[in-house]
Write a protein that binds this ligand. Structure first.
Ligand code: COA
Length: 292
């Protein structure tokens, strides 16, 4: 059920989409579904060989058109050139999915200035570079009905220890999403964000839960729904948000985490640990103390 596909087959027909970081992980999962729904998709990353393998595999699997374009989103000139290549190949581009990210766990005092910069450059500067280049292009072309979808995280607003550069950068991406949703609405550009909870991928898990940490910190246990997400569930949401069905959705961040971040936030959520049979005794104590 969690892997069921949500939209009708031609829901993205005629839409051309760029997915940064589309060569693997969640970017690849979203790309696969966009292709299945009839979109043409260009995937970008630093690793051309990986991109070409993914593009070939997904074209075979879906019968769609997937273009591999090398681009390091940290460099504005590379982003501009990537955009030109996609426009030359597809004629136009309608959707930008800022999915490329960099992250690893570390106590902040162990980070070099360059390590901190590297994450900010990929996540915040990379999203900015793509958004600015695509936005300028759409505005100059007077092309409306365009969409920017940003992948953020629930710690964009809570912050998080041990991933401080990522938290700092993702908070910026969320601010950019909400700011430009207002400023560029007049150009027909919609901005939304998705904040995914745990959706296991090799890239993220190797960096965020290396080795034994994976057994020690079972992320499914942190989730009220007691499971991690299926990639298709994220792909369903992303496809909806970039489709015309979401034409009135602008400036929103949608969390898809099974309730994970709220579980960590609610003051008394910890009472979940109390066994059901103990509640009779607790109720009695409370009533007695309040004289009822
Ligand atoms: N702990 C502390 N510092 C680290 C580190 C770690 N685990 N990994 C890298 N760094 C430091 C490096 O030492 C370097 O700093 P220095 O020059 O002062 O020594 C700096 O970070 C940049 O690392 P480098 O490997 O040169 O950068 P890169 O651009 O090739 O790689 C990363 C970027 C580190 C984010 C790499 O993990 C990557 O390419 N990730 C892409 C995929 C990804 O992270 N996806 C997100 C999954 S959640």
């Amino acid at each position: 059920m969690y892997t069921d596909k949500m939209l009708r087959d031609d829901a993205l027909k005629g839409r051309n989409i760029v997915v940064t970081g589309g060569g693997s992980g969640l970017g690849k999962a979203m790309t696969r579904y966009f292709l299945e729904l009839g979109a043409k998709v260009a995937i970008t990353s630093r690793n051309l060989e990986k991109l070409q393998n993914t593009a070939g595999e997904l074209e075979q699997e879906t019968g769609g058109t997937c273009l591999a374009v090398p681009c390091d989103v940290r460099h504005y000139d590379q982003v501009e050139s990537m955009l030109q290549q996609v426009v030359s190949a597809f004629g136009k581009v309608d959707v930008l999915l800022n999915n490329a990210a960099g992250n690893f766990i570390a106590p902040t005092e162990r980070l070099s200035a360059n390590a901190f910069d590297t994450i900010i450059d990929i996540v915040l500067k990379g999203s900015k570079n793509c958004t600015l280049a695509f936005g300028k292009h759409w505005i100059a072309q007077k092309q409306d009905n365009t969409v920017v979808l940003n992948i953020v995280t629930t710690y964009s607003w809570t912050g998080s220890a041990y991933v401080v550069p990522s938290a700092t950068a993702k908070a910026g991406v969320l601010a950019m999403t909400r700011s430009l949703a207002v400023e560029w609405a007049k150009y027909g550009i919609r901005f939304n964000a998705i904040a995914p909870g745990p959706f296991p991928t090799k890239g993220a898990w190797d960096r965020l839960l290396p080795g034994e940490l994976r057994e020690k910190f079972d992320l499914a246990k942190k989730v009220p729904l007691q499971r991690v997400g299926e990639h298709q569930e994220l792909a369903n949401l992303a496809a909806y948000l970039v489709s015309d069905f979401a034409a009135y959705l602008n400036g929103e961040v949608i969390t898809i985490d099974g309730g994970e971040w709220l579980k960590g936030a609610g003051q008394f959520n910890i009472l979940e640990k109390i066994p059901p049979e103990m509640w009779d005794m607790l109720e009695e104590m409370i009533r007695k103390n309040s004289g009822k």
